[in-house]
Design a protein around this ligand. Structure first.
Ligand SMILES: [Zn+2]
Length: 446
């Protein structure tokens, strides 16, 4: 074997199926060898991790709202991808909405790619959008490389990305099933939300009651019914109501092709502990009660939920209306891209999970679902994307020190376990003070 560019020796190399000591050899940005820890390997650069460090694959966060172009005061590719890199995330997939234009046709995708091209510190892929009237755009977006299509079943929060009604949803799914596209769904039912009591000022309870579980449960059931009928692959975004878990299990058992994610905030926080007026916690669907949170963890344990991704959905701080604390008018979205790994690890280890579990939820499964065949694992032939983590070190979150654009997050002041020491993209450390090296990804590339 000719000389390697890099070898990383770690006492704990973590993969989805377990961990062991190993020497990981890299050439031309790819992993080419996984050898015993002390193997003699000829490499231009050698890194030996500290005894307090583990080597993880770079994480894949398939749910990120970068909002660029169009709402770059909310976020942007430079700040978002720096935050990703600082948090051990080496691949993000950008959501089609909150940017202007939303990614609902090929010209919008082209514009987004052009915007991201020169700004990205990690690799970036793109979701398309399914909105009323754009069925003819779905196949061209597929051919242009989007990973799938997001839709809403109720108002999305921005007027330029309207929801699908029942007929439009079915039409989109029929179209996607002709080329095996995947529909990723914000599952809350508009009618059930309309029927619920409106949010009332700073009261978190009133906000929670305004987004009842039944809205989520019925939307998931409806999507499952249509997936059964059309054969369309579906993915349920940000599962918050644990009542949906038996529906997901049943659908899978029946052969419906369905996957599901939840987010670090649903696994970390509880409604009981959210102070009134604390709109940094506002997201939709909402953070629910402690008992519900434990059921989400059980859903991860038994595989009903297969992924944990951030749903990083920032806005400017003024739109969070912290002055009034009004949950009705505040932007619904939580900023957490840099913190997903320590947030999840902090709570996971308390419940007896391992770093292999975290790697499965936050790297392997999102990579598999998006068809990124060389991402999300430490395997020969994969991209040499790594996160060096000190899993027993703690730190206290200071929103001002985070890389995302607007210094607000519900994790501010919280002590988390797991410090990201470095992040590696295709065999080189990511340096957020240097020029960006991220690539734009298209569906199906290897
Ligand atoms: Zn989202």
């Amino acid at each position: 074997m000719s000389a390697l560019d890099l070898v990383i020796r770690a006492r704990r190399v973590v993969r989805a199926d377990g961990e062991q000591p190993a020497a990981v050899g890299v050439r031309d940005g790819r992993i080419v060898a996984i050898s015993p820890y002390d193997a003699e390997l000829d490499a231009a650069t050698e890194l030996r991790l500290g005894d307090d460090e583990v080597l993880l694959p770079g994480l894949v966060d398939s749910h990120v709202h970068v909002n660029d172009p169009g709402r770059t005061d909310w976020e942007g590719f430079t700040s978002a991808t720096k935050a990703a890199a600082a948090g051990g995330v080496t691949t993000i997939v950008d959501m089609p909405l909150n940017s202007i234009p939303p990614t609902c046709d090929v010209p919008a995708l082209t514009l987004k790619r052009k915007t991201a091209e020169t700004q990205s510190y990690v690799d970036v892929g793109f979701w398309g959008g399914a909105i009323p009237g754009n069925v003819p755009d779905l196949r061209p977006l597929h051919d242009a490389g989007v990973f799938g299509y997001k839709c809403f079943l109720l108002h999305s929060g921005v007027d330029e990305f309207p929801p699908l009604d029942a007929d439009q949803l079915e039409a989109a799914m029929r179209e996607l099933s002709t080329f095996d596209g995947v529909l990723i769904v914000h599952a809350e039912d508009a009618h059930r939300i309309d029927e619920a009591t409106a949010p009332n000022g700073a009261s978190y309870d009133a906000f929670l009651n305004s987004r009842p579980r039944v809205a989520e449960n019925e939307a998931v059931a409806h999507v499952i019914d249509l997936a059964r009928e059309t054969g369309c692959r579906v993915h349920i975004l940000h599962v918050s109501s644990a009542d949906t878990l038996p529906l997901l299990t049943q659908a899978r058992n029946d052969g419906v092709r369905i996957s599901a994610e939840t987010c670090p905030h649903y696994l970390s926080f509880t409604a009981e502990d959210i102070p009134d007026g604390a709109t940094q916690y506002k997201c939709c669907p909402p953070i629910r009660e402690a008992a519900n949170r434990e059921l989400l963890w059980e859903g991860l344990r038994d595989g009903t939920i297969d992924q944990v991704v951030s749903d990083h959905s920032p806005s400017t701080i003024d739109l969070k209306h912290l002055d009034t604390g009004d949950f009705g008018t505040a932007w619904g979205g939580i900023a957490s891209l840099q913190l997903g790994l320590p947030a999840v690890w902090t709570e996971a280890r308390r419940r007896g999970f391992t770093l292999s579990d975290v790697v499965r939820w936050m790297a392997a499964a999102p990579a598999a679902q998006t068809g990124l065949a060389t991402k999300g694992g430490i395997e020969v032939g994969y991209d040499a994307d790594f996160c060096v983590l000190a899993p027993d070190k703690t730190f206290t979150v200071d929103a001002q020190q985070l890389q995302h654009k607007n210094a607000i997050t519900p994790y501010d002041g919280r002590t988390l376990t797991g410090v990201v020491r470095s992040t590696w993209l295709r065999g080189e450390p990511v340096d957020i003070a240097a020029d960006p090296r991220g690539r734009l990804l298209t569906r199906g590339e290897r």
